[in-house]
Ligand binder design. Sequence first.
Ligand code: K7E
Ligand code: RUQ
Ligand code: CUA
Ligand code: CA
Length: 650
Amino acid sequence: MSGNETKDGYSAVDPSRRKFLGKTAMAGLAGTGAVLGLTACGSSQQPGGKLATAASAAAPASSSGEHPEYDVPPGKLDTYYLISSGGHSGEVRILGCPSGRTIKRVPVFNIDPMSGWGITNESRAIIGTRPDGQLKYWTGDTHHVHGSYKDGTYDGKYFWVNDKLNARVARIKGDTFDVDKIIDLPNVQGHHGLFPDKRDPVDASINYTTRVFAGAEFHIPLPNDGRDENSPEKYGCLFSCIDAESMEVRWQCRIDGNMDLVATTYDGKLAASNQYNTEGGVHYEDMMSAEQDSCVFFNIARIEHAVAGGKFTTIGDSKVPVVDGRKDANADPKTALTCYVPVPKNPHGVNASPDGKYFVCSGKLSPTCSVIEIDLVHKWFDGELAKPRDAVVAEPNVGLGPLHTAFDGRGNAYTTLFLDSKIVKWNVDAAIAQFKGNTQSNVIIHTIDVHYQPGHGYTSMGETKEPDGKFFNSGNKFSKDRFLPVGPLHVETEQLIDITGEQMKLIHDHSAAPEPHDAIIVRADIIKTRQIYDLNEFPNAVKSKEESTIERNGKNVHIRLMSQAPAYSMREFTVKKGDIVTITVTNHDKVEDLTHGFGIPKYNINFCINPQETKSVTFVADKPGVFWCYCTHFCHALHLEMRSRLIVEA
Ligand code: K7E
Ligand code: RUQ
Ligand code: CUA
Ligand code: CA
């Protein structure tokens, strides 16, 4: 399971920095926790922190009038949407950029009493329920949000987000920013990286997203049925391909090692994932024992050809075809489904350059970024490249703890340095020249302090063919002294950086509730949202006063309501104790933003209904009495008066 067949390329690495992260140094550091920057994070007294603070004082002040291009004064709109994951909050957030203002929190894998996500029948059907009626899951961990593509740029139709915790994929509609589908990935734990394809690998007329790829980070026994927990050879990780429209899992590919993040090429032919645990280790010491891990490439057309030709197995109860992408089964490049490109140990992050030429794998435990040329990977698959490592065309030293890389479209890369608490701007062509032996090549252009320990960084439109090189946002894992303290846990920071010039300029800090990972910055004109819903989209809509009725069928009672400011269509409705009650509400208001709520005291029910939308809830009327159902969302001068009585007879 080791990916260490070659060590070439190391000659280009500055030996002093290499030594710093040599095996012995690493083991020592690991013992103190310093390897992950934990000592630095806990204290603002350490030198790195002080330096960083001093530097920030000299940074341009935000909204001071000095930089009108960053100002979003009252009454003006942001020019970008920043669509961000929310980590273990389970949600996705939408911010305005450059202001950093939060515009919407989209409930995804969590429960949200404001919208009723996880409470209404419709949302519960999307999340999925168990036979006993409980939600299947009400926790999640979102890391990576990516949008659907058309002609190499966002089309604003869909956004997908991963759930690392319960191995799911959710789809968010770009017109309403609601989730419309959630699926489970079979035989996977730790679904981490996610990326849509950008065009079809075979059919040139399909220049838009039709697949979404998902990497699995944790090895599990396949099948994971309790029999093989002590048989390492039975453990494996699967790479999954999901149909972008139907959201069905099309196929999975079993690999050697694990997967972390995912990237896709602009030609649609390849997807890749960085691998930090090619060792297949169970403990972290094992996971960092090898000098090299890899970036595994998937040849999509070949995999789908194998699936069509019946060359697959299935695992456990799952019907999803699984092809074999392990090294032993893919020794001949000309038929291989996968290509494992060695990179220095424990890489984190793989990002596609907007010119379509390169993938950059950040080193994490190595101070390097590995630049992989896509054409050379294609050459390997064609049998014309001696070994996968030859696809690495640069490996510049960029600083300590490189995690994620973004691009400005002018040939420069911006890498987050977790341990150094910096963003480093470096030039890709210069790095390639240096790797070829040009010692005069100036790779590093500028570095800037961020506060503190950045994870992801991403640029405006930087993951499309239309990068505009205006903004870079740094998602920092620790804010320490940047905001008023609120107890032991501090809020996270995001820092917006101007990348239009040679030097980066810090624009402003904004707080970010724990815990965003990755985000994308999408030009505002690409997103086309709707003002109101359409009554006809909802099969259970209560369309008129005549349809607003109470229907009884044995113990099942269906109360069909309309809301229209400032009243519900029935002033009271009576049921009997023990009845199974469904309340459906259609909001007949037609004005955008005229949303009503519906809360039932003591029944733990609360949701809101947007203009022309229909939602329903079902509960057992187990408590007799009078319950004032009231509008929980401020809607009208008579909002407080907007109520009805639920009467439960003993
Ligand atoms: Cu680096 Cu989940 Cu994208 Cu977080 S991962 S930082
Ligand atoms: S009342 S306007 Cu609860 Cu003060 Cu709302
Ligand atoms: Cu209706 Cu508040
Ligand atoms: Ca490793």
